[in-house]
Ligand binder design. Structure first.
Ligand SMILES: Cc1ncc(COP(=O)(O)O)c(C=O)c1O
Length: 465
């Protein structure tokens, strides 16, 4: 029996399915302007149940049918790549990055060591070096691209643990605030710390870590026999976009001899703009910095980054010897990224960063990020002028707000009404034990027209509440 759908299709078939995919991609991107901001309805859940129980057929199917399923499944989702998506932290979805992923997957080179594909590994090394330089790190710094911010935070904690505590770390203590991203606590648990290792440092009225409270907590813990070794500052919290006072925290960390990690997964790339550089001043003093190109560089999910001012520290925390890799010793100065990260085989994330940066130029990213800062101000001013909201001046591009003098139920109702518009999608959180709505402007497709509409929708939704 002949194989009708061989694993290696002929050229005509490749061109047909490739062409259909590119057409799908162009249609999909064109439709974002009018698509619902979130399309999870009863049909989406029905499709989910159907696909969940379905199993692959013994003989292959039709590509167009399969593409149709992807289309339906993508439609029945939060539109994380759309202009109306202002919930959580918006995802990106640059077309050029999708093309880069395709090229990376077709060529499927091994990039986590230098020897198997030196020029490919160098492409990745060049964007990592660009990030190190952009954040003021000098020679000796190093970074790795991870699957996301969570794994970057994990590597940061393991690096801090290795450098400051060595192998006996049960008394190690980590300083965070109640607004620190949950991935930090998760990483600490995975890294072997008990939950008692955490100290929650008090915040000021704008939800930023208080350096004086940090210093006090460190001293108290030290006197009690614990080993303070790591403070994690946020350069843009997920809840409210608050930027902890990086310089002051760095000074406390230096005085106390503890590792200073900056979680800049959400806010870091605003550093490419002039305003962002001012707001994030002090980030360059961080021993390690978590970034998320799949947030701030508008890339598709699957690309985070950890930078380390002392690259050797990153290496000491991650490198192990393996005889089966002995043939790959030659590097000629190009990093063996596996020595700096938890991973060995992995996708070629560097191309997803490199191709968009080289194709569009860095200035295109600066302008887009600058625009997001402006748009967040438009939201703030629009809601502040209305008078019915408590709204907080954004430090970066997250605007927290809620109805003045109203309870959580009324604010929950406001969120439901806003999201029912289909033109924008917001998420909520709890701040100071109260329900809080938040607008997070970070999608590259969110522009002024959609923001003006969003302000009108929020104001309209508040009417009669
Ligand atoms: C401040 C912060 N840190 C870490 C993370 C985790 O990053 P990721 O979702 O890429 O794992 C996020 C995600 O939103 C974040 O906002």
């Amino acid at each position: 029996m002949t194989d009708e759908r061989p694993l290696e299709p002929d050229r005509e078939t490749m061109e047909n399915i490739g062409g259909a995919t590119l057409e799908f991609a162009a249609d999909f991107i064109e439709q974002r302007a009018t698509a619902p901001a979130a399309g999870v309805d009863e049909n989406a859940w029905k499709l989910a149940q159907h696909l969940f129980v379905e199993r692959p057929p013994e003989e292959g199917g039709d590509f167009d049918d399969l593409l149709g399923i992807v289309d339906d499944a993508a439609a029945g989702s939060f539109d994380t790549t759309g202009p109306g998506y202002m919930a959580f932290i918006p995802g990106g979805g640059l077309y050029s990055a999708a093309i880069a992923s395709f090229l990376a997957n077709v060529t499927n080179r091994f990039v986590n060591l230098a020897a198997p594909a030196p020029a490919m590994a160098a492409i990745e090394a060049s964007v990592v070096a660009w990030m190190c330089e952009s954040f003021g790190y000098g020679s000796g710094s190093q970074g790795v691209l991870s699957s996301g911010g969570s794994i970057a935070n994990l590597s940061a904690i393991v690096t801090a643990r290795t450098e400051r505590l060595g192998e006996s770390f049960s008394d190690g203590t980590i300083y965070v605030t109640e607004h620190t991203h949950g991935s930090v606590a998760k990483a600490a648990v995975i890294a072997g710390f008990p939950r008692a290792a955490f100290r929650t440092v008090a915040c000021d009225a704008r939800w930023r870590m208080r350096p004086d409270a940090l210093e006090e907590a460190v001293k108290a813990d030290r006197s009690a026999g614990r080993k303070p070794f790591l403070v994690v500052a946020s350069a843009g919290t997920t809840n409210t976009g608050a930027v902890d006072p990086l310089r002051e925290i760095a000074a406390v960390a230096a005085r106390e001899g503890i590792w200073f990690h900056v979680d800049a997964a959400y806010g870091g790339f605003f550093h490419l703009t002039e305003r962002g550089r001012r707001i994030l001043s002090g980030i360059e003093v961080g021993d390690t910095i978590t970034l998320d190109p799949h947030k701030g560089l508008f890339l598709p999910y699957g690309c985070g980054c950890l930078l380390a001012r002392d690259g050797e520290a990153l290496r000491r925390a991650h490198q192990v010897e393996a005889h089966y890799l002995q043939d790959l010793a030659v590097t000629r100065g190009i990093p063996n990224f596996t020595d700096y990260s938890p991973e060995l085989s992995r996708d070629f994330r560097g191309l997803r960063v490199w191709l968009p940066l080289h194709l569009h130029g860095v200035a295109a990213f600066r302008r887009a990020l600058d625009e997001k800062l402006d748009l967040a101000r438009v939201v703030y001013e629009g809601l502040a002028a209305d008078g019915r909201f408590d709204v907080w001046d954004p430090e970066l591009s997250i605007v927290p707000f809620r109805l003045k003098d109203r309870d959580d139920a009324a604010n929950r109702e406001l969120l439901d009404r806003i999201n029912a518009s289909g033109r924008m999608f917001l998420s909520s959180t709890v701040v100071d034990a109260r329900f809080m709505l938040r607008v997070c402007v970070l999608a590259h497709r969110t522009n002024r027209d959609r923001i003006d509409e969003a302000v009108e929708i929020i104001r309209g939704a508040a009417s009669g509440l």
